[in-house]
Design a protein around this ligand. Sequence first.
Ligand code: ADP
Ligand code: MG
Length: 231
Amino acid sequence: MTAPYKAAALEPEAASPLILALPKGRILEECGPLLERAGIVPSPDYADESTRHMRFATNHPDLDVIRVRAFDVATFVAFGAAQIGICGSDVLMEFDYPEVYAPLDLGIAKCRVSVAEPAATAGSDDPSRWSRVRVATKYPNIARRHFADRGVQAEIVNLSGAMELAPGLGICRLIVDLVASGSTLRANNLVETAKIADVSSRLIVNRTALKTQPEAVGALIARFRAALAGG
Ligand code: ADP
Ligand code: MG
């Protein structure tokens, strides 16, 4: 099925739909009911994990959805590839893009960014007396800032998953990672020793898009605001 061809060359502004960037994985599942209440219905293959498509039409001819890695949602929105998106506040904290404006806390995918270390060494020594510490994380900026504020220089080991293994295998003293129930930490003999920040998912928009297309982008923000109020 092909969409009817639009006269894009004649009227580029009017003819290009807005793009909503959504993350694969956990947030995608949790934001389903919210999208529904916002009256946004992506084409059926959007929910099919096995599809190779990454861009989907919706019930609104002027809105398409793209499905990308959670970490990449903020990047697509910051560079204006998508005008609007949903991503975790952990990702916003890590990248701190000035082009990204986060008008709404969606209250979903709640967890926290924390420091964790092996139960065996936790509390054995006062972190404020360290000069440096080796930390495995996928949040190098959050981790560096957290320790710098305490006068400790963090040496970062960049991992994108399974950081819980790293201290036990001797490559770092600590990890900085997301914690929800704490069961992954417990299963790997780690304990949470400090909470850096609470995390939830946010609606984000590109500031320039909001300025240049205030009606269209503003109407989408209003849809999400109404969906939150009604939920
Ligand atoms: P990826 O595996 O691509 O890093 P995830 O689906 O694990 O993506 O995480 C994406 C986002 O979901 C995170 O940035 C965070 O905001 C949120 N999140 C991750 N883990 C949890 C959790 N255990 N509980 C609630 N939200 C979480
Ligand atoms: Mg994950």
